[in-house]
Design a protein around this ligand. Structure first.
Ligand code: AMP
Ligand code: GLY
Length: 422
């Protein structure tokens, strides 16, 4: 079958790469794609949020299945529009995507469904937000309710920092409309993990566990980013934890959506914190994690095309997933300056040597210019390897990265450290 993938980041490169290996898939088309994706798919230069352009593309290409990678087109209702044209889609409706698109909706639904999560208040008025922050004290978490590419969350260690963050968000300065509502949350302490599920109606199929590294700097210091590296499986997700996430988080939230008349087809991503009081849900996303998708696809041995088509056609109950027993680990290489401003257009060399050293280089923020690969985004590459242990996969990636020839990039040197220290 022909599959159309929407998006052009590292996650979509990993999805296209796996789909291209699937026996069920004869052709992968990707919009807009990137130079890495172009090695495994035919790229069409239509942006992932150009809903009209994507509908025209899908009608012209007539794919058997459309897979929507990023949250933006989901929140804009691309899945609904495609389904209205009788095209099979892997990705939730606009209504279901509110689970990610609005943290205030998501927290309210968690409360309703009794999904364990941090204590919270939702505010639109800066003085009331300040009152809440002063009453609760620090540490405290302030979140822009809308989409902010992983950067709209401030874990504040003093009250003034939290007050300033809330006022800044509510004034529309940093996040525009996405900050017009803020969620103030109790600060949780524990180890984080990413628990992803392929969902179709009442069928909820867990993917292998993974762990992301959201902070910019080694030792989980510095501001939050979209994710600086990930690996799978995550040893902190024991069988017990996995069962609890299924029973206390995934099942009740999907049931609560259904009770509101909102069926879910796509990936449910529960970001969880394993605390001394048990698991707590940090957030929901409605798509594969980026970079978690890169190690997950590196380990998946099932036919991805068949799995996603089955979900799109509401016959997921027949499907089981199989995984490579080995560990996969992905280190993100970002542009110097990310997550703030950075210089674009620098030439990146040595990529073939990095791959020859036993890795797969997934492209995220890259473009091709006069035959060279250049950086165009904050997160640029996801260098991924398999190994018999986290340490082994980590060593392969970091050794391979010595061949990367790009002075304008940087990466964390400790991806996987929590698992290695266990
Ligand atoms: P979110 O986008 O809501 O998952 O938040 C991004 C990151 O901020 C999470 O991965 C955590 O590292 C951190 N975070 C979010 N909420 C909390 C919380 N209530 N307590 C502690 N850390 C949090
Ligand atoms: N890696 C975090 C996310 O995809 O939201």
């Amino acid at each position: 079958m022909k599959v159309l993938v929407i998006g052009g980041g590292g996650r979509e490169h990993a999805l296209c790469w796996k789909l291209a290996q699937s026996e069920s898939v004869s052709e992968v088309v990707c919009a807009p794609g990137n130079p890495g994706i172009a090695k495994v798919a035919r790229c069409v230069d239509i942006a992932a949020d150009d809903i009209g352009g994507l509908i025209d593309l899908a009608q012209a290409e007539q794919p058997r299945l459309v897979v929507i990678g990023p949250e933006a087109p989901l929140v804009l209702g691309l899945a609904d529009r495609l389904r209205a044209h009788n095209i099979a889609v892997f990705g939730p409706s606009q209504a279901a995507a509110e689970l990610e698109g609005s943290k205030s909706f998501s927290k309210t639904l968690m409360d309703e469904a009794k999904v364990p999560t941090a204590k919270f208040e939702i505010h639109t008025d800066a003085d009331e937000a300040e009152q809440c922050i002063r009453a609760w004290g620090a540490p405290i978490v302030v979140k822009a309710s809308g989409l902010a590419a992983g950067k709209g969350v401030i874990v504040a260690h003093d009250v003034q920092e939290a007050v300033d963050a809330a006022r800044d968000m509510l004034s529309g300065n940093s996040f525009g409309d996405a900050g017009s509502q803020v969620v103030i949350e109790e600060c949780l302490i524990g180890e984080e993990a990413s628990c992803l599920f392929i969902v179709s109606g009442d069928t909820i199929l867990p993917l292998a566990s993974s762990q992301d590294h959201k902070a910019l700097l080694d030792g989980d210091q510095g501001p939050n980013t979209g994710g600086m590296g990930a690996y799978s499986p995550a040893p902190c997700v024991t069988e017990d934890v996995a069962n609890n996430v299924m029973e206390q988080v995934a099942k009740p939230i999907i049931a609560a959506l259904k009770a509101r008349g909102i069926p879910f087809i796509g990936t449910l991503y529960a970001g969880i914190m394993i605390t001394e009081q048990g698991i707590k849900t940090l957030e929901f996303n409605v798509r594969f994690g980026d970079p978690e998708c890169q190690p997950l696809m590196s380990r998946l041995t099932s036919d991805l095309g068949e799995v996603l088509l089955a979900a799109a056609e509401s016959r997921l109950d027949d499907v089981t997933l199989s995984w490579d027993e080995r560990v996969a680990l992905c280190v993100v290489v970002a542009s110097n300056g990310y997550p703030a401003a950075f210089e674009k257009g620098q030439t990146i060399a040595g990529l073939d040597d990095v791959e020859r050293a036993g890795t797969v280089v997934f492209h995220a923020g890259t473009a091709e210019q006069h035959g060279n690969i250049i950086n165009t985004g904050g997160r640029v590459l996801g260098v991924t390897a398999l190994g018999n242990s986290v340490k082994e996969a980590q060593t392969t990636v970091y050794d391979a990265l010595k061949a990367l020839d790009w002075l304008g990039g940087f990466y964390r040197k400790d991806i996987g450290y929590r698992a290695i220290s266990k």
